[in-house]
Design a protein around this ligand. Sequence first.
Ligand code: ATP
Ligand code: MG
Ligand code: FE
Length: 363
Amino acid sequence: RICLGIETSCDETAAAVVVSDPAAQPGQGRPLGTIRAHLVLSQIDEHQGFGGVVPEIAARAHIDHLDRLVAATLDEAKLGLGDLDAIAVTSGPGLIGGVMVGLMTAKGLALGAGVPLLGINHLEAHALTARLTHGVAFPFLLLLVSGGHCLIAEVTGLGQYRRLGATIDDAVGEAFDKTARLLGLGYPGGPAVEAAARDGDPARFAFPRPMIGRPDCDFSFSGLKTAVRQEAERIRVLSRQDVADLAASFQAAVSDSVADRVGRAAEAFVASHGRGHALVVAGGVAANTALRTRLGDVATRRGLHLVAPPVRLCTDNGAMIAWAGLEHLAAGGDLSADDGLALIPRARWPLDPHAEQIVAGGR
Ligand code: ATP
Ligand code: MG
Ligand code: FE
């Protein structure tokens, strides 16, 4: 089946067409579908001067570009609207203005094409990408590390997410972005910090390794961010080498902390599901090579194997949305498929339905 995916929840305007492969079986290490077209328009220039994403500017940029981007995507796939079996769109969580633009556009397209509209949870789409690219079977252990989220979950089926841990303050991507701004590396921060760290000494600064050794699987990055700031203020005028060393030392601290937390979660996961399953890393920070390498070691040591989607599918894109749509379509659709035009945008939408209560309970 063929699905068009639309993503506008942050600062990427993205669309893609994905075709599911009915013969492909999960668990064989092979893709479950093919990406027929994949376009991402990044708004880096629009936001650069502000050191971060400005929601209002993002929403307007989506309005300016989305219809032409969708047309170009269908062109590239050599398909018309009439060839689609469904349209999938991010309906949350994210910046509400952007989500609204994507959702309204998708509703119009779905109505015009007469196909079901599927409202997709952006986090679920990140989580399921490894099934599209590597045919990962359930259950798997998920590490979702992105600009707005940092969590570990046990995934036992479509829609079956049990949260094992999450950040108690900043998301990892947010920590990368703030550190980048502090070091004058600009926006987006993750790739800039990674590039700077390549020439740096990760052992020059002994930054804290937050949460290491704690019995839970939670994360914390705000203390680490503060430690980097204090060190930078102490040096005052940063040389290129100082910036590189700070970036490398920060990245090493993040990797150590994440590796420890994931190791603990993997232990619990293997205790209930046994060895041989996948550790899936998803979200924009999964593009980080240092982190991927560390996670590969953690997985192997615990009897799991690391699966990381290609970098272009770790950061926001339309293919992950289209694929999540195909998964829901195969599972018989969901409420949103029955009445897609009634879908509403959601600024907040936890992957784990109980998470909201956990937060309310004083986490
Ligand atoms: P969410 O998915 O939580 O709604 P988002 O969609 O904004 O947030 P993504 O697009 O998935 O987040 O990821 C963007 C984040 O990934 C940014 O914080 C960016 O700095 C970070 N990132 C991207 N590439 C790298 C990298 N190579 N190293 C570290 N971080 C990176
Ligand atoms: Mg982004
Ligand atoms: Fe994202």
